[in-house]
Design a protein around this ligand. Sequence first.
Ligand SMILES: O=C(O)CCC(=O)C(=O)O
Ligand SMILES: [Fe+2]
Length: 228
Amino acid sequence: MRLTGPNQWPKKDLLPNFKPTVLQFMNETERISLSLVQAIAETLGLPGNFLESTFNTEPYYRLKVVRYPSMGDPVDQPENHGLGVGPHKDYGFLTILLQDNVGGLQIQTQQGEWIDAPSIPDTFVVNIGEAFERLTQSCFVATTHRVLNNRSGKDRYSVPFFFNPSLDAIVPAINVPEDILAESSRTYISDVKQHQLLQDPAYGVNALGGLCRSHPGVVARHYPEFSS
Ligand SMILES: O=C(O)CCC(=O)C(=O)O
Ligand SMILES: [Fe+2]
C-alpha cells in the first residue's frame, strides 16, 4: 500500500541528540500505550491475542514533532484556524500527546462544548482514536479535538505519539460488556460527523483514508491515484 518508508531524520551535525531522544521517547510511549491497551483489553474481555494481532504484527506507530509558530492576527474561529489544527478525531487507537505550556489544544465534550485541555506538568493527554471507537461500536467515543491558532507571542510545540493498529490488522466491532455499556450514553455531539469516521475493519484502509482526509496535498503529489 506504500504507506511506510524510512524515517527522515534531521542532519546529525545539526541536531545530534534528536534521533536517540525521539527513539527513546517512542519506546517509552509505546510501553505506556501497550499497558493501557492491556488494561482496556482485560476490561472489555477481548481475546488474549488482541494486542499481538492488532498492534504487533508490523507496528505502524507514528510520532510527530510539531511547531506552531505564533501568529500576529487575532483569529480564533475554527473556520479561520490559521496554523492550528481544525476539529478532528485521530484515526488510530490511542494518542499519547506531550505539549508545552503555551496552550491552544481544545477538546469537544460529548455535549458539543469546546473546552481547553491545558498543559499539566508531567502528564500526557491521552486521546481515544477512531479505531478504538470502531472496536467498541461507539461505546467509547474518539476524542474530537482541535488546536486554536497560536496568538501567544511564542512558538508552541507538541509531540503526539499515535498508537495505531498495524496496517494489516483487522479491527473487530465487539459487543461491549453490559455493565460498561450501561454507563455509556451512546449518543454524542461532535463536529466530526458519523459518516466522516474511518470505520473500515482493515486498519490500513483507514490509514489511507486518514491520509487523504488530513493531507490532501501529500496525496495529490505522492498518491495521485487516490486524489479527488
Ligand atoms: O498539537 C496538538 O496538541 C494536537 C495535534 C493533533 O491533534 C494531531 O496532530 O492530530
Ligand atoms: Fe489530533
